[in-house]
Ligand binder design. Structure first.
Ligand SMILES: [Zn+2]
Length: 275
């Protein structure tokens, strides 16, 4: 499943294409949305926001298209009316003179008035989006220590979209590794220093993954490994997908476990329990 950084990169592409001119043609596959085709035709897109794994296409006439790709949705940005060859079902198409933004396979698409957006059940519940909002490490640390979250395990918090929007399974392992936190821990088991490291690691990993095509490993090391001929799978992450491989810091074997029925990877040395 794509995580926040992948959705933000898709949003950047969609935004770049749709800012090129008035939307001249609109297509919705779902009957209940057909009525919006004529409303959005002739309007312009102001910007494209993300809220966790949801995308919000903001028009200048007071309407917003909400979409959530879930497991299957995929955006394509192409020259106008140049449809890709695939076996997917087209669900939404926005065309201007130069470009088409095409959403395939997604079923979670709605059109909202701008004032309805904050009330949408997903948007209302989702936590801060580090790629669309200004969030400081200090604010994140306060969030970790708040009553609602401090007593829950990091492993479930980091997949909980109401905690922080857009974090998914590979980021969860990578953040805990970088922060040096054992997967059994909750925020309230952590020292002040660990909480600070967790806040910094969260921002660093989400931002780096967004800017560098999903690479969460140390960038210099990743580059070096790539030059040595290693595959993307081999150089991409610190611990994720690296079961039984040596830790990049101390050589300990990376372990794999299940947490919340999803796989998690960690280094027993870098992430040892403190008490
Ligand atoms: Zn280690």
């Amino acid at each position: 499943m794509p995580e926040g950084p992948e959705i933000r990169r898709a949003a950047d592409q969609v935004e770049k294409a749709l800012l090129k001119g008035t939307v001249l043609d609109v297509y919705f596959a779902f009957d209940q949305l057909k009525g919006y085709e004529s409303i959005l035709k002739g309007a312009s897109v102001k910007r494209v926001d993300t809220k966790g794994k949801a995308m919000l296409i903001r028009f200048d006439n007071g309407y917003t298209i909400y979409s959530h790709n879930q497991l299957y949705g995929k955006w394509y940005v192409r020259n106008a009316y140049n449809y890709p060859k695939n076996n997917r079902q087209l669900r939404l198409a926005l065309h201007n003179e130069k470009k088409s933004a095409l959403l395939y396979s997604a079923s979670d698409i709605e059109v909202l008035r701008d004032e309805e957006v904050p009330l949408h059940p997903f948007v209302a519940k989702v936590g801060p989006d580090l790629l669309s909002e200004e969030v400081t490490a200090e604010q994140l640390k306060e969030r970790f220590q708040s009553k609602a979250f401090s007593g829950k395990k990091w492993t479930s918090l980091l997949l909980d979209q109401s905690f922080i929007g857009g974090i998914g399974n590979y980021l969860r392992s990578e953040i805990l590794f970088l922060a040096g936190i054992h997967p059994d821990y909750r925020p309230k088991d952590c020292s002040e220093e660990q909480l600070e490291r967790a806040a910094e690691a969260t921002i660093t990993m989400v931002t780096q993954s967004y800017k560098h095509n999903g690479i969460t490993n140390d960038l210099e090391l990743a580059m070096k490994l790539k030059e040595e001929g290693k595959t993307r799978r081999e150089y991409r992450h610190w611990v994720f997908n690296r079961e039984a491989q040596p830790c990049r810091i101390d050589g300990t074997e990376i372990q794999k476990m299940k947490a919340g029925s999803r796989r998690l990877y960690f280094c027993p040395t870098c992430q040892r329990k403190l008490k």
